[in-house]
Design a protein around this ligand. Structure first.
Ligand code: F6R
Length: 364
């Protein structure tokens, strides 16, 4: 049941801290600060290239995974939505492998990509939430997200659990390839282990996020911006908002805005930016200043180090806990999902069962 919550989605949003803890405990040793990966169907030290594929939010998690795997393990990664991959006839590397991501493990397009990849000699690792699913059965190996059943049609806790698993995979593969030292591994795993606590702190920002939602609910179009691993999170924010509030939204790479979407910007379009401190902060900040100079209403999620610079021109700044870069996309996923939830509630849409959508898309 929903307990004291109004919707399954609200309940599931509040399960982020527990789900992150359960998933991380499965793949990290909090004493040694080492990643403990299950058996992989390929040797990460030798694999020449990886293909990441999935649909919807699961694909967005996969895209964050691509940034991590390339950065930490230095393995080239190709990422494509399953409905494209299955008909693209991509040239695949000899000895290559694939990582497929799915909450249900039953999505038709992802299943088709899985079959194609295996037929073409790729070893397939699936990240799934349902252990007895078709994808789990048909993959060479499976890593489970420990999110528990997800009832709301919009993916929430399964998404952050997918990110947690992909972060562990990237660190583990980085170690196997000697791209990371024991020290690096310890620093990264420690950052991930702060997530359950920090996710709970993010949920305490609920009132501030609801205030932001009241503004966003008035808009016809909304732009979400981010750079690096925050770019797929911007797309996640846009996807969630479209899906449950029926407000048109786009997630864009902040640096790409000047190549077109900046033409949309006026005082009616909220520009929601995911802008934590770190190596890409200044770059994102200058993109946001460009938008503000054109009358854009900047609403930013950041941390204590990023807030002062943003407050100079942003209409709203919500401060999240300051964490290491690897934990930032996971932490920022929570408020964008929560924002979509509150906007949908204000709009009075059917939050758990949005129109035209099914929880698991088992037809092409
Ligand atoms: C968005 C959402 C969908 C799913 C997609 C894949 O909130 O829930 O985009 O992520 O349909 O579903 P699974 O993960 O079951 O393969």
């Amino acid at each position: 049941g929903k307990g004291n919550y109004r919707h399954y989605m609200e309940k599931e949003l509040h399960e982020h801290p527990a789900v992150l803890g359960d998933t991380l405990r499965q793949y990290l040793d909090p004493k040694t600060l080492e990643v403990r990966l299950p058996r992989l169907p390929f040797d990460p030290a030798r694999v020449p290239r990886l293909t990441v594929s999935a649909c919807g939010s699961a694909f967005l998690a996969g895209q964050v995974g691509r940034y991590w795997i390339e950065r930490l393990a230095r393995i080239p990664v190709d990422a494509d939505v399953a409905s494209e991959l299955r008909y693209r006839d991509p040239p695949l590397s000899e000895g290559g492998a694939a990582i497929l991501v799915s909450q249900s493990g039953e999505t038709a397009d992802t299943m088709a990509a899985l079959k194609l990849l295996r037929e073409r000699g790729q070893k397939v690792l699936s990240v799934v939430n349902v252990p007895e699913s078709s994808m789990a059965r048909e993959s060479d190996a499976t890593v489970l997200t420990v999110a528990g059943p997800e009832v709301g049609v919009a993916s929430t806790k399964a998404f952050t659990a997918q990110l947690a698993v992909l972060a562990c995979l990237a660190i583990g593969m980085g170690r196997a390839r000697r791209e990371l030292s024991t020290l690096d591994e310890g620093r990264l795993t420690q950052a991930l282990l702060t997530l359950p606590h920090n996710a709970a702190l993010v949920l305490e920002k609920d009132a501030q996020i609801r205030e932001l939602a009241a503004e966003v609910a008035k808009a016809r179009d909304v732009l979400f911006l981010g750079r690096g691993p925050m770019f797929p999170i911007a797309m996640e924010g846009a996807l969630k908002l479209k899906e449950i509030s029926y407000i048109h939204a786009e997630g864009y790479a902040a640096g790409e805005m000047k190549h077109g979407p900046i033409a949309l910007i006026d005082s009616a379009v909220p520009v929601i930016s995911l802008c934590p401190s770190g190596p890409l902060f200044e770059k994102t900040l200058s993109n946001l200043q460009e938008a503000a100079a054109r009358g854009g209403r900047i609403m930013a999620f950041t941390d204590a180090a990023g807030a002062p610079a943003l407050r100079r021109f942003a209409e709203a700044v919500i401060e999240l806990p300051e964490v290491e870069p690897i934990a930032q996309p996971i932490l920022h996923a929570i408020p964008v999902q929560l924002l979509a939830y509150h906007v949908a509630v204000l709009k009075g849409t059917d939050v758990d069962q949005p129109r035209n959508l099914a929880k698991s898309v088992t037809v092409e």
